[in-house]
Design a protein around this ligand. Sequence first.
Ligand SMILES: *[C@@H]1O[C@H](CO)[C@@H](O)[C@H](O)[C@H]1NC(C)=O
Ligand SMILES: *[C@@H]1O[C@H](CO)[C@@H](O)[C@H](O)[C@H]1NC(C)=O
Ligand SMILES: *[C@@H]1O[C@H](CO)[C@@H](O)[C@H](O)[C@H]1NC(C)=O
Ligand SMILES: *[C@@H]1O[C@H](CO)[C@@H](O)[C@H](O)[C@H]1NC(C)=O
Ligand SMILES: *[C@@H]1O[C@H](CO)[C@@H](O)[C@H](O)[C@H]1NC(C)=O
Ligand SMILES: *[C@@H]1O[C@H](CO)[C@@H](O)[C@H](O)[C@H]1NC(C)=O
Length: 307
Amino acid sequence: MYYMLGPVLCFVLLVNVAKVASFKRVSVDIGKNVTIKCPLNYTRDVMWEREGKKQGTNMNMHVLQSGSLFLMEADRSDSGIYSCSRENDVKDLKGKVNVTVRTPPPPLIVSIKPSTILVLVCWEVNGTGGYPIIYFTAQYRLAFTNDSWIPISPNHIMPNSRQLEVYSLRPNTTYEFRMWATNQLGKSSISNVLATTRGQYPEIELARHLLKGADKFDTRWWAAAVGVVMGTLILLGIGTCVLLYQECRKPYFDEDEPEIIELVPNIILNPGFEGPSHRNDISPDENSNNETPIRLNNNTVVQPQNL
Ligand SMILES: *[C@@H]1O[C@H](CO)[C@@H](O)[C@H](O)[C@H]1NC(C)=O
Ligand SMILES: *[C@@H]1O[C@H](CO)[C@@H](O)[C@H](O)[C@H]1NC(C)=O
Ligand SMILES: *[C@@H]1O[C@H](CO)[C@@H](O)[C@H](O)[C@H]1NC(C)=O
Ligand SMILES: *[C@@H]1O[C@H](CO)[C@@H](O)[C@H](O)[C@H]1NC(C)=O
Ligand SMILES: *[C@@H]1O[C@H](CO)[C@@H](O)[C@H](O)[C@H]1NC(C)=O
Ligand SMILES: *[C@@H]1O[C@H](CO)[C@@H](O)[C@H](O)[C@H]1NC(C)=O
């Protein structure tokens, strides 16, 4: 029967967790008024307090005649847990409310990875403010100038994007980048970052630098690929050299060509082609290879294959 205890304990734990997590939740947009009813339905002698703060520190917190809590023009600092109880209640029962003030998104955390003529702009969000982010906006300009900001395409960057590239920059030049996020309550405050593009590199340095960014890329595969390509190139090179060498030597063979052409008539006309009459007397070797070379004609001798 003990094996039943596990699931039962789990169930009890889950129920307890659910109880703790089931705060009443109230959300309010920043700057709006909100009236919060006590979850215990107390209507008289109700006392409200904010957890972690002494009562009365909040000037925009008022307990209404109905026992509800009135928060005037909620600020982001008003987010928190509020609890209501009855004054002089011996049972010390508390109803808790989790109040969330919705705001425009918090500022983005922006970082720039510069190259010579392009930079990678990366950003992270630090929460959404309570409403989903609708889009991001990014702009840049030469640093330390009053130039107008150049928008980075697209104007409304998709909310699931976290990086984009800016092209056609000048090497060894400092630029200023700025970004913000927008949700239905408005724009986050702007994050500004300075970044200097790298100086001109020789091509190989540039290639190495670009590759360096690809951290997840396994360099062994790269080495293997380079090896294969180099191997192929070397083979091609050797092949080309051999061909060229033969091509160069061809003129010296030209005198032999008539002989090659005469070969066929020789085979037909040479009586020695029949072989046996021209056989040299060779005794069998230790492997009993008693075959003798066959003279096809005056130029060609077929040697027997010794084992
Ligand atoms: C919030 O309540 C105060 C006081 O009742 C009032 O003056 C103000 O206009 C209200 N603000 C909004 C946004 O309703
Ligand atoms: C308070 O009243 C609501 C309905 O008005 C009810 O659903 C809820 O259970 C009540 N809460 C308590 C603790 O009595
Ligand atoms: C209050 O609600 C917010 C989301 O609305 C949540 O992130 C936070 O953890 C909650 N606080 C507690 C103590 O449950
Ligand atoms: C994220 O926001 C919190 C406040 O909501 C702040 O304390 C924290 O420093 C922020 N993190 C970064 C990396 O800016
Ligand atoms: C940019 O303009 C402001 C006033 O609009 C001025 O005070 C500042 O000196 C200017 N900066 C540069 C670099 O021109
Ligand atoms: C970058 O520019 C600075 C002056 O702005 C110069 O001193 C430096 O030599 C340049 N570096 C390269 C790599 O071009």
